[in-house]
Write a protein that binds this ligand. Structure first.
Ligand SMILES: [Zn+2]
Length: 567
């Protein structure tokens, strides 16, 4: 069925509550493992069909046109009413964990739902309700503040996201002016940004203590469902990043400075401009980029060909830029229709190719697992999901000329170097948060000082000073995850590491590499991240050798890459 032909009816929450309660009773009173498994499957289907499906449809339709009053009201209805269902859903989780048939159920349904259920029980207590509401208020204040930004630039006003093209303008003066205008806006709102974060850190620290933990960090790990690695693993990863990735990235930027005749370290406004003549730009209109996507997915494999035919045939993508559309890009799933959905606004920049490869990479994983039960195991945890998308970006590299035309050579270079230099930045974002929650009483100046020190460790190519806010060592305040979703960031670094292993495997043999990708992806969320990797025969990012090997090969590739003719 095409997306707009799907009928919409508001979820009947009273009926949902009644049916869920009856099913929980049926589950609790089941006299055999089979009966318990059946009741569990019924709960899983009920939640997916009667709650998640209508909610997701309303959300997508509202995001396509935020001025649509009907779907806007529907969306507001779910945001308002769904938190009240939490105690009921927690009861279900508790029943699952206390089932006398747990062992049989783990065999039937997979153990990952039990691991996750245990984690989710560790994150909540009724005495946190007020704190959680306050946390929502504070994160809403932060996102509202950022969304309200009106940045004066060249006689016009722009939102933060609209500044991005100017921040990459090849003209040095214009680019620096854009960075300065944006940086000044953040500095003007510095006190507010400091206050919100200060309150968030103390609030979260308090929540951790109320649950009996030594501060927030442990709770933060449970909230992120870190079900297969520990803080020590993350610390080892951090050290490997410093030992292997930072030196490679430093060399990339040193060469960039030499090519462009600039001093090293580079200032913030210069470091993101890979080439004097500008970063790679895709060819063609948004429609043509989608058509190139069709070529790519049809030629890559039978599986991706069927997937793309589904997405285009059922109109499960809305990627045109239109007034009133929500910004950004995402991929979600509509469970009752066993389909992924992609929303984005293509705009003629390299971002368009990312939508077609990255977001659609998430979509492919959902499509491949559309018949999986329990439905809640279609998606794995977040770092595992990012492997689907970040790796698909690398599988698209052989089609770089179709996507980028004459800029393909630039793209193949910046795609790899960008992935490599992202890892130190992302790891720094995570490291910073560990320190923040270890020392919740730091004052704002002490927090900025920590960021400055980490910049020296993870980004020695970025020069302090010159650019307001960023050069002042306050740039962490623009990284929304730090405020909105604590500890959600290392996920991207772990996934980027795995995707770089795919980059390496693709160079050996693209067909074999894609088989490995399929083996990984077709497991959906049936296992924890490290087990998904193991089954597919991929290395763990937590082993030192993994980054060491990737960096050695990447360095050799970069050393021999022919940049002649590119400025
Ligand atoms: Zn993603």
């Amino acid at each position: 069925m095409k997306f707009w032909d799907i009928p919409y009816e508001r979820a009947d929450l009273e009926a949902f509550r009644r049916e869920m309660e009856a099913l929980i009773c049926r589950f609790e009173n089941a006299e055999s493992a089979e009966a318990a498994a059946e009741a569990y499957a019924a709960m899983d289907t009920l939640e997916a069909n009667a709650l998640r499906t209508p909610r997701t449809i309303a959300q997508i339709r509202r995001d396509i046109n935020t001025a649509d009053e009907f779907y806007d009201a529907e969306n507001a209805f779910y945001n308002r009413e769904i938190p009240a269902l939490q105690p009921l859903l927690k009861r279900r989780t508790k029943a699952l964990l206390e089932s006398p048939f747990r062992k049989e159920l783990e065999e039937k349904l997979g153990s990952v739902i039990f691991v996750n259920a245990e984690m989710s029980m560790k994150t909540f207590s009724p005495e946190l309700v007020q704190d959680l509401q306050r946390e929502n208020e504070l994160t809403a204040q932060y996102s509202k503040l950022l969304a309200s930004a009106q940045i004066e630039f060249e006689g016009k006003t722009y939102a933060i996201s609209q500044m991005q093209p100017f921040k990459l303008d090849p003209d040095d003066k214009r680019r620096l002016a854009a960075w300065t205008a944006e940086g000044n806006w953040y500095n003007e709102h510095g006190e507010e940004l400091d206050r919100i974060y200060d309150e968030l850190v103390k609030l979260r620290d308090g929540m951790g203590r109320k649950l009996g933990y030594d501060g927030f960090t442990e709770l933060g790990y449970y909230r992120m469902k870190r079900n297969c690695y520990t803080m020590d693993d993350v610390e080892n990863f951090r050290i490997a990043v410093q030992d292997y990735v930072v030196p490679v990235a430093k060399k990339i930027y040193l060469r960039q400075a030499q090519r462009q005749g600039r001093e090293f370290p580079l200032n913030f406004a210069d470091k993101d401009l890979s080439f004097r003549s500008g970063n790679p730009r895709p060819v063609g209109t948004p429609e043509e980029v989608v058509a190139t996507g069709t070529k790519f997915y049809s030629e890559l494999s039978e599986e991706t060909k069927a997937y793309w035919a589904h997405m285009t045939g059922h109109e499960m993508m809305d990627v045109e830029s239109k007034p009133g559309k929500r910004g950004g890009a995402y991929c979600t799933g509509i469970p009752a229709y066993r389909s992924p959905f992609i929303l984005a606004s293509l705009n003629g920049t390299a971002h368009d190719v990312e939508v077609i490869t990255h977001e659609a990479g998430h979509g492919f994983a959902v499509f491949l697992n559309r018949d999986r039960t329990p439905i809640e195991t279609i998606w794995p945890s977040l770092e595992a999901c990012e492997v689907h998308s970040m790796s698909m970006e690398f599988f698209a590299e052989p089609w770089a000329e179709d996507f980028f035309g004459a800029d393909a050579k630039k793209f193949l270079y910046t795609h790899l170097t960008g992935a490599l230099s992202f890892i130190p930045y992302g790891t720094m974002v995570d490291h910073f948060q560990h320190i923040m929650y270890e020392y919740p009483d730091f004052d704002p100046e002490e927090r900025h000082q920590v960021w400055r020190e980490l910049l020296g460790l993870y980004m020695p190519w970025a020069k302090p000073g010159d650019v307001p806010f960023y050069g002042d060592g306050k740039g962490w305040q623009r990284q929304q995850h730090i405020y909105m979703s604590p500890f959600y960031y290392i996920d991207y670094c772990l996934a980027q590491t795995v995707s770089l292993e795919f980059w390496r495997l693709i160079r050996e043999d693209p067909k074999v590499a894609f088989q490995t990708y399929l083996r990984y992806t077709e497991q959906g969320g049936s296992k924890v991240f490290t087990d998904l990797l193991k089954t597919a025969g991929l290395s763990s990012p937590f082993e030192e050798e993994t980054l060491k090997k990737i960096c050695a090969e990447a360095m050799a590739f970069i050393d021999s890459y022919d940049l002649s003719g590119l400025e």
